[in-house]
Design a protein around this ligand. Structure first.
Ligand code: SAM
Length: 286
């Protein structure tokens, strides 16, 4: 396991994923019933943006750095407010910290992280927090083992692998099916890179062919995905999104594209419905 998220924290991919995640969690919190979140690839929880790893790549400066310095936009206000409250621009909160900031007393978070140092950081962060459980275990198998949540009938699974191994698009397809089999009422959000189109199209074709209902792809492209050696964009595949996600995601992605695009014409967001919702079950009559 070579991947360390500290080199990439706060980059454009984190910004889009986290801004959408914040919206999804706020939507879950509209109802008083408890929700549970499983973060299968949690990272260290938060990152020092002045540390050697972050300064060496400078990715955050082209991501959260530019968003924080841009004129305000309603679609990003909630996410940026949480990021500032966590300590940006000196510090960037990873998904576990953002999720934790949005838990209510009845909600719970379970995190899995395999890298020794990042797992240790995550444990320190939540050492005395009874609302968060941290596991040093494989996030893929955690979907089978830890869903449904023990404490809630609603919730969200965030699947955010490093994409450093071949076959991770295949694993996303399998994981969405597994998460839904184990926890039909849950939302699933899975991040994927867009270097070139072919692997993304293949994943989408397989999900369609597999008959998975109610899937949305929210994508942000910084430039056309022509050079497969670069991260040209990324997407969040959302299964069973809460009502209103498509419109909200489009506004969030447009705002990020406006602020982070370098080549004015190329950066853009898109929200595509991949598969239709299941039709509502007919009302029973006697
Ligand atoms: N979700 C985090 C966030 O948004 O702040 C970032 C996660 S980072 C993209 C992916 C993480 O997955 C890395 O910290 C890596 O060590 C971890 N990882 C890699 N393989 C894993 C596995 N099989 N199970 C759990 N964690 C894994």
């Amino acid at each position: 396991m070579n991947y360390r998220h500290a080199y990439h924290a706060g980059n454009f991919a984190d910004c889009m994923k986290h801004a959408l995640l914040v919206w999804l969690l706020r939507a879950l919190a509209r109802k008083p019933a408890a929700f549970g979140v499983l973060d299968t690839h949690a990272g260290a929880g938060g990152y020092d943006l002045q540390a050697d790893e972050a300064t060496r790549t400078g990715e955050w400066q082209q991501g959260i750095g530019r968003l924080l310095a841009s004129p305000p936009d309603e679609a990003l206000a909630d996410y940026l407010g949480l990021v500032r409250a966590a300590g940006a621009p000196a510090y960037y909160p990873g998904s576990p910290r953002l999720v934790r900031a949005l838990l209510r007393p009845q909600d719970r978070l379970v995190c899995c992280e395999m890298h020794g140092e990042d797992h240790a950081g995550l444990r320190r962060l939540f050492a005395r927090d009874p609302m968060v459980a941290v596991h040093a275990r494989d996030g893929w198998t955690a979907i089978e083992a830890l869903l449904p949540p023990r404490t809630a009938r609603r919730g969200l699974t965030l699947i955010d692998p490093p994409f450093e191994q071949p076959g991770e698009f295949d694993r996303i397809v399998a994981a969405i099916g597994a998460a839904r089999r184990r926890f039909a009422a849950g939302v699933v959000a899975a991040w994927y890179p867009i270097k070139h189109r072919a692997p993304v199209r293949d994943m989408q074709d397989r999900l369609r062919a597999g008959g998975e209902p109610d899937l949305i792809c929210a994508e942000l492209l910084l430039r056309p995905p022509l050079d497969p050696s670069r991260l040209n964009g990324c997407g969040l595949l959302v299964a069973s999104p809460p009502w209103g996600f498509e419109a909200a995601a489009a506004a969030i992605l447009d705002a990020i594209a406006d602020r982070l695009g370098r080549d004015e014409s190329a950066a853009h967001g898109s929200v595509t419905r991949l598969t239709p919702e299941l039709p509502e079950a007919p009302m029973r009559t006697r």
